[in-house]
Design a protein around this ligand. Structure first.
Ligand SMILES: [Zn+2]
Length: 421
């Protein structure tokens, strides 16, 4: 058992703080060299609280430790806190939807859906952010605003090269450091995000895919650590929101809900019936034809899926480009309805979708016209009617379960919009 001197208590404190930032230690012994370096530089005043802790804990039975040198009662406390947090988040989502429903304004309630991808992770378990996409959404108007940024990384941290190369190659394929695009994950990115969220004292609930939620939350806490308290940030499972919206929409339409659970919602989101839709990704991913892994496209697609399932129940017509992908031959309109807010950084993206024709686009692409100034459409990779997409099959199955047929919005043909950074 390690000796419980002042350094021991500092080490526990150091480990807790680092773990909140996403770092992972397998054993308490791994903390010693890192904590030791900091401890050596601390003066008597800074060490005082830890010395005090040795006095107050002397003679007390602090309880047994587990194999990692952590008090078992602390582990149990941590588990309890995690459980409470999940419950708090679930209640917050339910409250938001119920309160909007009670006001008869469910269709106007605004939600922020976010995707934050990463290059890879270090040995210590620190994830390296790569791309951020956020969508402002409500059921009535669909996607009303979007922001996007690539995250710049100067160099790949020591020991993370394999993870970075493997993960990046298999997913977003963004240029690797030192050629990474965008701005460093710091002050400017944080300000842009907070401006977009209209956040001053309070940050709205942020929704993201359940599968990457813990990673996204750690990266966001790291980004916003100087600007917010722990209690201000709630990164919530999108499946829970989808489920609550779908149930509320069905209650409105049918008087009761048949939609089973957030698990079903997650399954539908995972099927991702719009994963090959063009025209909603950032410039880089549009050019690379890598739509599926673009953070901006992901966040937009998730809201399209919610619209596809909830709007018909609410009697809301799904507008292409706002609720669902744009069809190829439609005359397109801007989806960006809000003017940039004062003080918004230039790296905040203003996404617009404009009309144009495919022939014009292809001709311009072929002649190397400046893509920054082209707002155009490309013919989509339309899904063959003979071979229905797995996502559509799944979504229709669930729709039919709920007595709702949304086939008319299937197999969208899309066009491409321009994204200006
Ligand atoms: Zn992208």
């Amino acid at each position: 058992m390690p000796k419980r001197n002042a350094f021991f208590y500092f080490m526990l404190d150091y480990r807790n703080k680092e773990e909140k930032m996403g770092r992972k230690f397998q054993r308490l012994a791994e903390v010693v060299p890192f904590a030791g370096t900091v401890w050596e530089k601390m003066d008597a005043e800074q060490r005082k609280p830890y010395i005090q802790q040795t006095k107050t804990s002397k003679g007390q039975n602090v309880g047994p430790l587990n194999s990692l040198g952590i008090l078992i009662k602390d582990v149990e406390e941590k588990l309890r806190a995690q459980k409470n947090k999940v419950q708090t988040i679930t209640n917050a989502i339910a409250d938001q939807v119920k309160s909007a429903e009670a006001r008869h304004e469910l269709e106007k309630e605004v939600f922020y859906v976010l995707s934050l991808t990463y290059f890879g992770c270090t040995f210590e378990g620190i994830y390296l952010p790569a791309e951020l996409g956020v969508v402002k959404y409500n059921l009535e108007c669909g996607v009303t605003d979007r922001m996007h940024m690539h995250i710049h990384l100067d160099e790949i941290p020591l020991g993370a090269a394999l993870s970075v190369q493997t993960h990046t190659k298999a997913t977003h394929q963004l240029p690797l450091p030192p050629n990474a695009l965008g701005k460093a994950f710091g002050e400017e990115v944080a300000q842009c995000l907070l401006n977009f969220l209209g956040a001053t004292d309070e940050i709205p609930l942020l929704f993201t895919n359940d599968q990457t939620l813990p990673i996204v939350e750690v990266m966001l806490r790291q980004l916003l650590s100087d600007r917010i308290t722990d209690e201000m940030l709630y990164v919530c499972p999108l499946s829970e929101l989808f489920c609550k919206l779908k149930q509320a929409a069905e209650r409105q339409f049918l008087g009761e809900s048949y939609f089973p659970s957030a698990l079903t919602a997650q399954y539908i989101l995972q099927m991702d019936c719009y994963d090959y839709v063009m025209g909603i990704s950032c410039d880089f991913h549009e050019k690379e034809f890598n739509f599926m892994h673009c953070a901006l496209s992901q966040a937009t697609r998730w809201t399209y899926i919610i619209s596809k399932f909830c709007c018909p129940n609410m009697g809301i017509e799904c507008i292409p480009g706002k609720h669902i992908p744009l069809p190829t031959n439609n005359m397109l309109s801007d989806i960006h309805t809000d003017e940039p807010k004062p003080g918004t950084s230039s790296i905040q993206l203003s996404v617009k979708q404009k009309k144009c024709d495919n022939a014009c686009t292809e001709a311009k692409l072929a002649t190397g016209t400046n893509l920054e100034n082209i707002a155009c459409c490309l013919e989509t990779l339309s899904i063959s009617k003979d071979e229905p997409h797995a996502g559509d099959l799944a979504s229709n199955a669930v729709c039919n379960l709920a007595g709702n047929d949304s086939r008319e919005e299937e197999k969208p043909k899309t066009c491409e919009k321009k994204a200006k950074e």
